[in-house]
Design a protein around this ligand. Structure first.
Ligand code: CU
Length: 196
């Protein structure tokens, strides 16, 4: 090889490795985006709110939505989370009307619209409490990939182990990310306002 050709060969080898590298990167990113498709969390549902009105996933569209799954007999996690969500809604001011905040029951046996209404009276009035029959509940739990399991207690009663994640859905009903409440209500409200 002449000494004049060598830099060209090196440049060509570099170009080939760059192209191969980019192809691998695109392939890997394609693979990742398939796994993380927004449609993977959430889906159609039909439930009943605390006033007895039917609510579907379509009713939530047009506004960003916080969704929290739980049950009214919950001893600690649910009341704490609902209190924290209430604080965020308060910090939203008038903009609280432009978001949905939804509490979905994972306990169809005990949580009727009347029970939900009574329970939610302790929290921000923007909160909607949705419940359904066992089949409707199972469907929404599955589509949001919620973990919910009945755990019998010694006195013959039961509690529910459940996912304590707060789901942030965008105005089109697509899952954005878990919503972080481990910050001040003002910080969380400012973050939520970005999705209006
Ligand atoms: Cu709970």
């Amino acid at each position: 090889m002449s000494s004049a050709a060598r830099p060209l060969v090196i440049a060509a080898a570099f170009a080939v490795s760059l192209v191969v590298g980019l192809l691998i990167m695109f392939w890997a990113m394609g693979g990742v985006s398939k796994v993380a498709q927004p449609a993977a969390i959430g889906g159609p549902f039909q439930l009943t709110d605390q006033t007895g009105k039917a609510v579907t996933d379509k009713d939530l569209k047009g506004k960003p939505t916080l969704i929290f799954f739980g049950y009214t007999h919950c001893p600690d996690v649910c009341p704490t989370s609902l209190f924290e969500i209430s604080e965020v809604l308060r910090a939203m001011g008038k903009d609280a009307d432009k978001v949905n905040a939804v509490f979905i029951s994972v306990d169809p046996e005990r949580d009727t619209p009347a029970t939900m209404k009574d329970y939610l009276s302790s929290f921000d009035p923007h909160l909607e409490g949705l419940s359904g029959d066992p089949a409707e509940t199972a469907k929404v739990i599955t589509s949001y990939r919620v973990y919910a399991k009945k755990v019998p207690t010694k006195d013959g009663d039961y509690t529910m182990d459940h996912t304590a994640l707060i789901y942030l859905m965008d105005r089109d009903g697509r899952f954005v990310s878990p919503f972080n409440l481990k910050r001040t209500p003002e910080e969380a409200a400012a973050d939520l306002k970005r999705y209006l």
